[in-house]
Write a protein that binds this ligand. Structure first.
Ligand code: PLP
Length: 380
């Protein structure tokens, strides 16, 4: 029985997959159906920050699984409220809306911005990625993702990232919100300049629009801070979160200020699954593990070490914490060869590798990754 051939016949062919069937994971390692081990520098796209099969996570999630999975938002459940309280502490935001993915978190954020301001226009940035549903796709830049699905949302403009002069031309009194990633992830790990972020907030003062941070990929310790916004010292009006929020269990969240929240009315938005007790318990467990094992600090420390070692091999290494981009000539080939050598890597384009390992990674695993990458770049 050939599973890969079955996949071709059964699954919508929208994904480009690596030639491996993964079966289980432990810590920073994954195992395929033949029991072969791989060092995971992908973490399910920056999701499984606590590593695979973390015992504390399994215990908490299984406990909730046995009690209650889902009742809908027609009722109150404690894990949702407890999670909101925890998120308030680590984000400094005031109120929270729960959904099930990054794109939904962005979708909710855009709706809340329009409702709160009564304005239509959104300004996003070139090379931004915010998701694939029609609203989120409308603020996503890549032509290939957008074109077949037009018409998308009207009143969206794209400004040059890190170029204040261009942004100044695109915002005005009609602007509802400016949405940005503080470190562009899918684009290949490109951080925003401090002065650029500062200028966005000066323009916000002048025109009264809202600022939406999309921290879907940068959140929950990935960059060596709980959220990338701490590197910049600015608080957004709305913030989208997902990916690492529950270690791969589907959940997303749009967090907002009280000013935004007070403009929302019953029925303005909703989600059947959003914030169910199982997903919220998975998220709470994740946050507790990140705190208990000091994974934010480890992301900073190991990120610095990883980038230092990568610079021995590559000229252009970018990033913050354990969100790292590396410019290469032949990304696809490197990814394929690394897989054969027991290392999982991700290419965001033919010229760029994205390295986002679990935040539990230790020096010895970084050294192993560098050893494999050294062998692989020398064999060419
Ligand atoms: C991954 C990502 C999204 C979309 O998240 P999904 O869960 O795939 O819908 C949105 N914004 C950013 C910055 C992302 O990295």
């Amino acid at each position: 029985m050939d599973w890969i051939e079955k996949e071709r016949n059964l699954i919508a062919q929208v994904y480009r997959r690596q030639n491996v069937i993964l079966e289980r994971g432990e810590g920073c390692y994954l195992y395929d159906i033949n029991g072969r081990r791989y060092l995971d520098l992908v973490s399910g796209i920056a999701c499984v920050s606590i590593g695979h099969s973390h015992p504390d996570f399994i215990e908490k999630v299984c406990g909730q699984l046995k009690k209650l999975v889902h009742v809908s938002n027609l009722y109150y459940t404690i894990p949702q409220i407890a999670l909101a309280e925890k998120l308030r502490d680590i984000t400094g935001m005031d109120k929270f809306f729960f959904c099930n993915s990054g794109t939904e978190a962005v979708e909710a954020s855009l709706k809340f911005a329009r409702k709160a301001t009564g304005r239509k226009k959104f300004v996003a940035f070139k090379n931004a990625f915010h998701g694939r549903t029609m609203g989120a796709l409308s603020v996503t830049y890549k032509e290939k993702f957008r074109k077949p699905f037009e018409p998308l949302l009207e009143h969206v403009e794209f400004a040059e990232y890190n170029r204040v002069e261009d942004l100044e031309k695109k915002v005005d009194f009609e602007t509802s919100a400016v949405i940005l990633e503080l470190i562009q992830g899918e684009a290949g790990v490109f951080p925003a300049d401090r002065d650029f972020v500062k200028a966005i907030f000066e323009l916000k003062e002048k025109y009264g629009f809202l600022v939406i941070f999309d921290e879907v990929q940068t959140g929950f310790g990935r960059t060596g801070k709980w959220f990338a916004k701490e590197h910049y010292g600015f608080q957004p009006d709305i913030m989208a979160m997902a990916k690492a929020m529950a270690s791969g269990f589907p959940i997303g969240c749009s967090a907002m200020s009280d000013e935004v929240a007070k403009k929302l009315e019953k029925g303005d938005h909703g989600s059947t699954f959003g914030g169910n007790p199982l997903a919220c318990t998975a998220s709470l467990a994740t946050i507790e593990i990140i705190e208990k094992y000091k994974l934010v600090e480890n992301a900073e420390k190991m990120g610095d070490y990883f980038m230092k070692r990568l610079r021995e091999l590559f000229e252009d290494v970018r990033g913050k914490g354990l969100m790292i981009g590396v410019r290469v000539e032949n990304a696809e080939e490197i990814v394929k060869k690394a897989l054969e050598m027991g290392l999982l890597l991700n290419a965001t384009s033919e010229e760029n590798l994205r390295i986002v390992p679990p935040l539990i990674i230790r020096k010895e695993e970084v050294d192993l990754a560098i050893e494999i990458l050294t062998a692989l770049t020398k064999n060419r």
